[in-house]
Design a binder for this molecule. Structure first.
Ligand SMILES: [Zn+2]
Ligand SMILES: [Zn+2]
Length: 316
């Protein structure tokens, strides 16, 4: 089954981005994204605004970013209407704001993704566990002040993820670039590292075909891994083993770490091939690859009590 690249979170001049929707879409198409979205704040940038870029092997999925108060944002993936707060939220806490974003996303028929918990350290596992019906969150967001990178071992966002998973909540981890820049930031004086450029975080989705319905349903079901540059050529889960292969871009070195319940480091292996033998007491197992370019990939947690037999994710 093929894998498709999708970034679900970025901005155009319809909100606070610096390129038009069509320029944004052309940018992603040029760098090889199969799925293009533009997710402006509290508004809907319709597919019609970038339809000219959606030719050949490239589709669009409309998204909207519910932009609540107190830096609490929720991405609404695959919606036909704008998703945003209905009133002033200065009296609400982060949990209530996130819950409103999830509720409004679901009411609009979308898949809710809790955005950038690490943006100014806005929320963590405590808030996520208090929010119901949230199925996805951003384990990685490229924007400044999102604190997505690890210092050593796991990133803080992975720490949040492991807390939530260990509490028994299934939560899928996504990577998005949240880019506001698809042109040179020099033109308006953004300083070094104070911007996220398009193409620095995305999801690789296993779907039977490149259609809006197939991509949405595979993404909703967690049939993807999140990437900031590490590309898997193989990912295979069987009843007793999880194995992956990394496509080496040039001469980078990489390490794969396998984590289980409680954030326990189960194993660490160097090189482009990694294989973990499931003991049965891990609760869940997820893998995180990091390389010497600081690129990463995050696989979704495999829950051992419901492990599907022989899930082959071999890349075609
Ligand atoms: Zn946001
Ligand atoms: Zn955003």
């Amino acid at each position: 089954m093929p894998w498709y690249k999708a970034n679900f979170h970025c901005h155009s001049t319809n909100s606070d981005g610096h390129s038009s929707p069509l320029e944004v879409a052309e940018y992603y198409k040029a760098i090889g994204m199969d799925v293009v979205t533009v997710s402006d704040h509290n508004s809907l940038t319709a597919l019609a605004e970038y339809a000219e870029a959606l030719t050949g092997a490239c589709i669009g999925i409309p998204c909207s970013e519910y932009t609540g108060a107190k830096c609490a944002h929720v991405l609404a993936v695959d919606v036909e209407t704008a998703v945003g707060p209905a009133r002033d939220q200065s009296d609400l806490g982060v949990v209530d704001i996130l819950q409103d974003g999830v509720n409004r996303t679901l009411a609009a028929g979308g898949v809710p993704v809790l955005c950038h918990p690490g943006w100014y350290w806005t929320y963590d596992q405590v808030e996520i566990l208090a929010v119901t019906r949230a199925s996805h969150f951003e384990v990685f967001n490229s924007s400044p002040d999102c604190n997505s990178y690890p210092l050593v071992g796991r990133s803080a966002m992975e720490g949040i993820w492991d807390h939530v998973l260990s509490a028994g909540r299934r939560l899928f981890g996504t990577a998005n670039d949240d880019a506001h820049w698809h042109t040179s930031p020099q033109s308006v004086g953004a300083g070094p590292n104070r911007f996220a450029l398009g193409g620095t975080g995305w999801n690789v989705i296993k779907a039977p075909e490149l259609t809006r319905a197939a991509i949405r349903s595979a993404f909703a079901a967690g049939h993807f891994y999140a990437s900031t540059g590490v590309e898997l050529s193989r990912y295979r889960v069987s009843a007793d083993r999880i194995a992956l292969s990394v496509r080496q871009a040039s001469q980078e070195h990489m390490i794969t770490e396998f984590y289980g319940e409680g954030g326990r480091l189960l194993d660490r292996q160097e090189g482009p091939e990694a294989s973990y033998a499931i003991a049965g007491d891990e609760g869940y197992v997820r893998a995180r690859v990091i390389d010497t370019n600081r690129w990463m990939a995050f696989t979704q947690p495999v829950f051992l009590e419901t492990i599907e037999q022989d899930i082959a994710w071999t890349r075609e």
